[in-house]
Design a protein around this ligand. Structure first.
Ligand SMILES: Nc1ncnc2c1ncn2[C@@H]1O[C@H](COP(=O)(O)OP(=O)(O)OP(=O)(O)O)[C@@H](O)[C@H]1O
Ligand SMILES: [Mg+2]
Length: 450
């Protein structure tokens, strides 16, 4: 016979498994619906063969049915039943319905429900397992459901500084240049904007390098950090050949300041490493060392633009956990939208305060760009209860590729082109002017690693 403690443990274990199975099922169902909402080729009724969340199947049936239940479960339930019979207790609820399968319906996919929020550390720790069941289970078990959906905007930022900026493509005369942190430098650090995407090749580096350049031309002290671990190319887009990169800083060969190179209009670049294993798969300790080394740079600049690699790497999620603003770059295709949505969801999970702006890059025309935006916004509102804001769309323009060949960003080489003008609009996204907090960015990013 089980003693009281063994009984409590077994019951807790069984309940935990049941809850995890239900949560897993709800998550799967929600993800199918999210995919359908982003894909114009799928009707509103859902994907072919899709199991609806509100079906009368029990979670157990949907995850293999009673016959698919593992022997361990049966053994545990048997033990519990025997124990309860011996003690005259009520049988476990699932035993009442075990033969008929007429259990209460599964909890429906939380359409319109707020996203689960987990402690940053936990979410960061599970981020590298992005789509594995194990990661999701960990996430759901540790979830904290907020009482109300996270608002789209962020709470009033600390130390908001108004920026008197010039029109995006017009260089400011040197004497009129505005130093944003003059007088505040001793107490505040650089504003940081992360540029990321779910899918690769959406145009992050093109947007990041042009945006950084436009801001530098307006008189801000701008640093572009190429954080595309191991596959960096921002230096090529800017026509620079830096002797050092992020990898050297991580190894401690040079200081972060020594690794910087100067580009057009005084823009500084910290290049990413190319083909370095340590950058492709850094350990937590290595990242912590790197973040610590990057921290002093925040005192030297007004704006730091971070160009990330595609997807949800450990370092990207740590950055997102600390960032105030994220420029999410997508294309109009469903694959890019779906991956971008996953990144948006994760960003809000690890950092509900983050302000996210969407750029639909390389769009064939405005109609397709707006259609993509409407689908993204619709799915976000429906399944997360909030959505990013649209910063703008950039047309697919051959001058971008020519500019890459010339190693001179389009805003300099083809300033009158449609793409350069559209990127100018992206560069004037107002939240980037307010993305400052009293706690330095890399202090927060280091905390997120723990
Ligand atoms: N608006 C545009 N019009 C035409 N071509 C574009 C546009 N934006 C980007 N491209 C092209 O798309 C390709 C990928 O761009 P980029 O390297 O910026 O993508 P990325 O998102 O940084 O890729 P990765 O995920 O590998 O870092 C480049 O060859 C670039 O010339
Ligand atoms: Mg890139």
């Amino acid at each position: 016979m089980l003693n009281r403690f063994q009984f409590a443990r077994l019951r807790g274990f069984r309940r935990g498994k049941k809850r995890a199975a239900e949560a897993e099922e709800a998550r799967r169902s929600r993800e199918k619906n999210e995919a359908a909402a982003l894909d114009p080729s799928v009707t509103r009724e859902g994907l072919p063969g899709q199991t609806t969340a509100g079906s009368s199947e029990t979670p157990l049936e949907r995850s293999g049915g009673p016959s698919g239940r593992r022997s361990g479960d049966e053994r545990i339930e048997g033990l519990l039943r025997r124990h309860q019979e011996q003690r005259g207790l009520e049988a476990p609820e699932s035993l009442h319905r075990s033969n008929g399968g007429a259990a209460a319906p599964a909890s429906p996919a939380p359409s319109g429900a707020p996203a689960e929020v987990v402690p940053v550390e936990q979410a960061v720790k599970t981020s590298t397992e992005a789509d594995s069941g194990a990661a999701e289970r960990t996430r759901i078990v540790g979830a904290v459901l907020p009482a109300a959906p996270a608002p789209n905007g962020i709470s009033a930022p600390e130390n908001v500084t108004k920026t008197a900026r010039k029109p995006a493509l017009e260089p400011a005369p040197a004497e009129q240049r505005v130093r944003l942190v003059e007088g505040l430098k001793a107490t505040t650090t650089a504003r940081v904007v992360c540029i990321a995407s779910g899918k690769g090749g959406t145009g992050k580096s093109v947007i990041a390098s042009n945006l950084a350049l436009l801001r530098a031309r307006q008189g801000e002290r701008v640093l572009l950090i190429d954080f595309d671990a191991g596959l960096a190319n921002a230096h090529l887009l800017l026509g620079l050949a830096p002797p050092h990169d992020v990898g050297h800083v991580m190894e401690g060969t040079v200081s972060a300041r020594e690794a910087l190179v100067e580009g057009p209009h005084g823009l500084k670049l910290l290049a990413g490493g190319v083909g370095r294993q340590s950058l492709i798969d850094p350990t937590r300790r290595e990242l912590d060392r790197l973040f610590k080394a990057l921290r002093p740079l925040e005192d030297d600049f007004d704006l730091i633009v971070i160009d990330h690699g595609a997807g949800l790497s450990y370092s990207t999620v740590a950055h997102l956990a600390a960032a105030s603003t994220l420029v999410l770059v997508t294309n109009h295709e469903v694959t890019a939208l779906s991956d971008g949505y996953a990144l948006y969801k994760r960003a809000k999970l690890v950092n509900p305060e983050i302000r996210v702006g969407l750029v639909v890059n390389r769009a064939p025309d405005e109609r397709l760009a707006m259609d993509a935006w409407n689908r993204f916004r619709g799915a976000s509102h429906k399944f997360l209860g909030h959505a990013p804001e649209l910063i703008g769309w950039v047309p697919a323009d051959p001058v971008i590729s020519q500019a890459v060949q010339l190693r001179k960003p389009a805003v300099l080489s083809f300033p009158e082109s449609a793409a350069a003008k559209a990127i100018g609009k992206v560069a004037s996204w107002a939240p980037m002017d307010h993305a400052r907090t009293t706690t330095p960015f890399y202090v927060k990013a280091r905390r997120a690693l723990r």
